[in-house]
Design a protein around this ligand. Structure first.
Ligand code: ATP
Ligand code: MG
Length: 428
């Protein structure tokens, strides 16, 4: 979509302490996503993701894909319905599973995760040769959980997007694969400029020998991590002394990812083996890696936004830039009327860094100020405005980014918006 006037973005004005259809509003990301017309609840714990949220999620999924593939991941798609008998075999039939039955009475689980399905697939094609290991198979798909208390919008929903990757390896290879995926998690979170803490966690229900949670400190979080009150670095246990000499304290945090070395629990229960040159087939050692992608999107908004305005990690903003033209009939309109604005928009759209990533706020009947305020609330990283400066010779355009405004000629603006030049432009 090129024009804001045509965007499907149903804005909402939410009075304080309001309840919007099916949903209590309990946190910042939920409030802003609803207000700005990015999500819409459908029934408790379920959400429609509208075009701008979908765009942000597409970008985030592309980044996740890039990083898990850099760790050697190969993408697969498994059905959302998995046979209930697999879950009976691993003893994981719980209240949290959404279940369905077909016309023959066969029971299925709407998968909350796919360890059973992957182990069953490996068993079905197996036994695999030791030469094929280690393997890393991954999906990016919708998951379903009958959460007792869906909360905080997409942070705890009953259906959500998840990256789920599964390592299949020998015991000796497990640590290397676990490390390799963990490194890519770290890089992904760095790309998003998010402060994500990797915290050792109990293996619990899942079984296995090693586990880490990836936590983003944020007041809306339902978990806790220890951080140093002095320098903000992760601390060991609450109250201990940190490297900088400060004390660690416990802060709320959001679990955005969880990784496990699972061992052979699933492969043994479902018969997933590998063969070695001599001796009997061995159960495959598994590991698994989850990232809640919709949760990560909301968690990054929790971490970066203000109470009244969305702030995105730049690589996942729905559009990188928005262009705002003068109000119809104003003095500036005589320099940049709608036809000239379209020409300018085409020019900017031709820049590699903005191709398909800039939108034109063509609502000329609205004041420039109002449209700037709305663009700011939406959190577009670059806001380009044909304001009073276009009356100067040569005409100058405003570039608003990272809280700063610059007045630039078109040539300077085009140069500043080339990939990589932005930071330099900030110093011009
Ligand atoms: P939580 O403790 O928050 O309920 P979990 O430990 O049950 O999460 P995992 O089974 O580890 O979740 O799932 C992997 C990832 O999926 C989590 O780290 C989280 O990012 C995401 N996730 C889990 N449940 C939800 C949910 N209800 N809504 C959105 N994302 C979720
Ligand atoms: Mg978890």
């Amino acid at each position: 979509m090129r024009f804001v006037s045509q965007l499907f973005q149903p804005l909402l004005i939410i009075p304080k302490n309001a309840k919007v259809k099916n949903t209590e509003i309990t946190c910042k990301s939920q409030k802003l996503l609803l207000e700005c017309g990015l999500i819409r609840p459908t029934s408790p714990g379920f959400f429609a993701l509208l075009p701008l949220a979908r765009r942000a999620l597409d970008k985030l999924e592309a980044l996740v894909k890039q990083h898990i593939e850099a760790a050697g991941g190969q993408r697969v798609s498994l059905p959302a319905l998995t046979a209930a008998r697999l879950w009976e075999k691993t003893g994981r039939i719980t209240e949290e599973l959404l279940k369905v039955q077909d016309r023959h009475g066969k029971k299925f689980v709407l998968a909350p995760t796919h360890e059973e399905a992957i182990a069953d697939l490996l068993a079905d094609v197996g036994p695999v040769s030791y030469k094929q290991l280690p393997l890393l198979l991954y999906q990016i798909s919708d998951k379903y959980r009958d959460e007792l208390r869906p909360k905080h919008g997409v942070l705890r929903a009953r259906s959500f997007r998840m990256l789920d990757a599964y390592g299949a390896h020998t015991l000796d290879q497990a640590t290397e694969v676990y490390q390799r995926v963990g490194d890519q998690y770290g890089r992904l979170f760095d790309t998003l400029r998010l402060d994500v803490h990797r915290v050792a966690a109990p293996c619990g229900e899942m079984g296995g020998s090693e586990s880490h949670e990836w936590q983003v400190p944020a007041p809306a979080g339902e978990d806790h991590v220890a951080v140093c009150a002095g320098c903000g670095q992760p601390g060991g246990t609450t109250g201990s002394e940190c490297q900088c000499g400060g004390r660690t304290e416990s802060v709320n945090s959001i679990e955005v990812g969880h990784t496990f070395i699972l061992g052979t629990r699933y492969s043994e229960a479902l018969g997933a083996n590998y063969v070695v040159p001599s001796g009997p087939p061995q159960p495959i050692v598994m590991s698994c890696y989850g990232i809640g992608i919709t949760r990560l999107l909301a968690a990054s908004l929790e971490a970066l936004s203000t109470d009244t305005a969305l702030r995105w990690p730049e690589p996942i903003a729905p559009y990188r830039a928005i262009l705002i033209g003068p109000k119809e009939g104003s003095k500036e309109w005589s320099v940049y009327n709608s036809e000239q604005m379209l020409g300018l928009f085409d020019k900017l759209s031709s820049l590699p860094g903005l191709r398909n990533d800039i939108i034109f706020d063509d609502r000329h009947q609205m004041t420039v100020g109002k449209r700037i305020l709305m663009a700011d609330k939406m959190g577009y990283p670059l806001v380009i405005v044909c304001g009073k400066g276009v009356l100067e010779t040569p005409p100058r355009l405003e570039l608003h980014s990272r809280g700063e405004t610059q007045l630039l000629t078109l040539g300077q603006l085009m140069w500043a918006l080339q990939d990589g030049n932005e930071k330099v432009a900030n110093k011009m």
